[in-house]
Design a protein around this ligand. Sequence first.
Ligand code: COA
Length: 248
Amino acid sequence: MTSISYHAEGGVALMRMDRADKKNALTLAMYSAMARHLEAANNDSALRAVLIAGVPGAFSAGNDLQDFIAASSSGGLGDPVLHFLRALVGCNKPLVAAVDGVAVGVGVTMLLHCDYVVASQRSTFATPFVDLGLVPEAASSLLGPRLLGPQRAFELFALGRRWDARKALSAGLINDMIEDEGTEARAIEVAREITAKPPNAMAITKRLLRSDRDEVLARIDEEAEHFKACLRGPEAMQAFTAFMTRKK
Ligand code: COA
């Protein structure tokens, strides 16, 4: 079981992260499944938009920290994470995200690749990379300052401050803030709005708006090198152990 579900209907693919008991912490199997679904959606001419959602209260708690611990001893994050990030960047269909609850790490950085983000009022956004002895990933070190400005990007990606939905809205990280129950419905509405537009013009427009694709892919690789080195370092190991043993 990969804890990722995928369903396509009416021109919209809905991909859901569904590991509620771990707040949608992403395992390597989940990354692989999401990469495959994104590629399938990208190649399906009947589809006009992809909606990425989580479960009530959890969009994603980021990378599974157990996997980080395993990766730090085996020497790298493994291909599934990079496969997922490349599929995200390579997706020509507009991506809509419905965020409800916690969004941490890659749960935030994947939003930088989405074309429209709807979030509930109770959502929170945090990227504690530095606190974990790590560095930003998913080209967030490039897209973050572009989207938010360098100072707000520093606050989020270097200081690891947790933002509430209001702050995320004012900073431009999300498009809409919704009463908690209506978030996914609103995201579906946006996806339908996309499907109603002329598809060719929409596809060209998305491509033009995301014309920095090569630069983004290069930054993902550059970050991954630093990430890999940091994962093996004492700062990361200490932080992971502290998290995994905090309830004992
Ligand atoms: N990796 C592995 N397990 C995780 C996880 C992660 N990233 N995030 C949450 N979990 C697990 C917890 O260990 C806990 O498991 P348990 O019930 O077996 O003890 C379960 O999910 C619920 O998490 P909990 O911390 O009890 O929920 P919460 O609502 O109090 O807090 C978070 C939610 C997301 C704020 C908190 O879990 C957290 O900070 N997680 C780590 C996030 C992180 O650092 N991600 C990596 C970013 S690069």
